[in-house]
Design a protein around this ligand. Sequence first.
Ligand SMILES: [Zn+2]
Length: 110
Amino acid sequence: MKFRCPVCMFPDLPYAPADYHICPCCSTEFGNDDAHFSHFQLREMWIGGGAQWFFGNPPAHWNAWMQLINAGLEMYVPKFYTDLQTQSRTVGQPTEIRYRTEDPELCAVA
Ligand SMILES: [Zn+2]
């Protein structure tokens, strides 16, 4: 059984978010940290600190912003990231890049 962290939305907690378990993603200690701060405040603090993975190595392909987007919390994701996602979905053909050296005048030997 997996549980979702109510702070960072990490979906693979092996234990319920309670009883002094600590989220390996955002480091929230349930029953301690969330006794002093709301999940909302803890999430803001985690994101404000750069939304870093806390314990050991993150899972392969882990991405804090995708984790929030997948949980329906894209309002927390920095605009530059959501812009990038939107562009990669809407841009069809890559823009043709013409290198300067392909310009015959620049390549011409004087
Ligand atoms: Zn967490």
